[in-house]
Write a protein that binds this ligand. Structure first.
Ligand SMILES: NC(=O)c1ccc[n+]([C@@H]2O[C@H](COP(=O)([O-])OP(=O)(O)OC[C@H]3O[C@@H](n4cnc5c(N)ncnc54)[C@H](O)[C@@H]3O)[C@@H](O)[C@H]2O)c1
Length: 283
């Protein structure tokens, strides 16, 4: 695959130790891109146990890893529920690097509180999911898209959606609604930005072997008297057994598809939603 030398990539939600955002940042940096990585400041109670145990420092640690690969890195803390913070985050990246060529909308609301039947879903949780998973994707697309149009050299926008963008599950109303919306946003933005040679695509992963924070997993583990990590391990094993390819995705499986879509070789692909799910879903 062609390299990404000279490209500037902005990746949201990139601070997780085993998340898709970090894997994508390292993949793109490995291909020669300089990166800006962003995430929200999280309280300790909102962090996966391994990140606390190992003293992980979110995008500051990821930034050091990128620098060690010989690429430039800019960590910017930003709460994506705040539109003014999104605008100033994009401004900071443009001020620092002078341009943005690749935007990866990867962040999502911390999951778990949404995992209830629709009749019990609180409006606050619904609003929060729509804010982070949908509205922030729109705003990042708008602010970065304007910059790409101004630059006049095309660009790449890649939205990390989900299986849940195509097939909802019980107790998934807020998550699925927020992720279905990302596919509509992807298609409309692809058409709006096509005259500027800016492509917009989604990647739809099935379950991924991350240690994402989930309040639901935390509560179930407590009920069962096991650690959150043990409970997470059970979920990963069970989901792997139910997968046609016998395992769930690693974050790197998703990052590989993102890297292809970010490359020059993908310049005739736009408005699409690529599954990375080991054969779980075919449409
Ligand atoms: N993990 C999975 O099984 C899975 C499956 C399908 C799709 N996905 C999608 O892949 C992407 C990455 O998933 P993951 O499991 O690596 O991520 P994750 O759940 O660890 O969250 C991604 C990042 O979003 C950040 N974030 C949360 N609230 C924020 C806010 N208010 N402002 C800014 N950032 C905020 C988090 O801090 C985190 O670093 C997401 O879009 C997710 O929906 C994940």
């Amino acid at each position: 695959m062609a390299g990404l030398e000279g490209k500037i990539a902005l990746i949201t939600g990139a601070g997780g130790m085993r998340g898709v955002g970090r894997a994508t940042a390292l993949k793109l940096a490995g291909l020669g891109a300089d990166v800006a990585i962003t995430d929200v400041h999280r309280e300790e109670r909102d962090l996966p146990p391994a990140e606390i145990r190992l003293g992980w420092r979110s995008i500051d640690t990821v930034s050091e890893e990128i620098t060690a690969l010989g690429r430039r890195s800019l960590p910017v803390y930003c709460d994506l529920s705040q539109p003014d913070q999104i605008e100033s985050m994009v401004d900071q990246v443009v001020d620092h690097y002078g341009r943005i060529d690749i935007l990866i909308n990867n962040a999502r609301a911390i999951i778990g509180r949404d995992k209830v039947p629709v009749t019990e879903l609180s409006l606050d949780v619904w609003d929060h999911f729509l804010k982070i998973n949908t509205t922030a994707v729109f705003l990042c697309t708008q602010f970065v898209g304007r910059e790409m149009v101004r630059q006049g050299e095309g660009g790449r926008i890649i939205n990390i959606a989900s299986n849940a963008s195509k097939q909802a599950s019980a107790t998934g109303a807020a998550y699925s609604a927020s992720k279905f919306a990302v596919l509509g946003l992807t298609q409309a933005s692809a058409l709006d930005l096509a005259p500027h040679k800016i492509t917009v695509n989604s990647v739809c992963p099935g379950p991924i072997n991350t240690d994402r924070m989930s309040y639901w997993e935390q509560d179930r583990a407590e009920e069962l008297g096991i650690t959150q990590e043990e409970f997470r391990g059970r979920i990963v094993d069970e989901a792997g057994r139910n997968s046609p390819l016998g395992r769930i995705a690693e974050a790197e499986d998703v990052a590989n598809v993102v890297a292809f879509l970010a490359s020059d070789e993908a310049n005739f692909i736009t408005g699409q939603a690529y599954n990375v799910n080991g054969g779980l879903l075919f449409h």
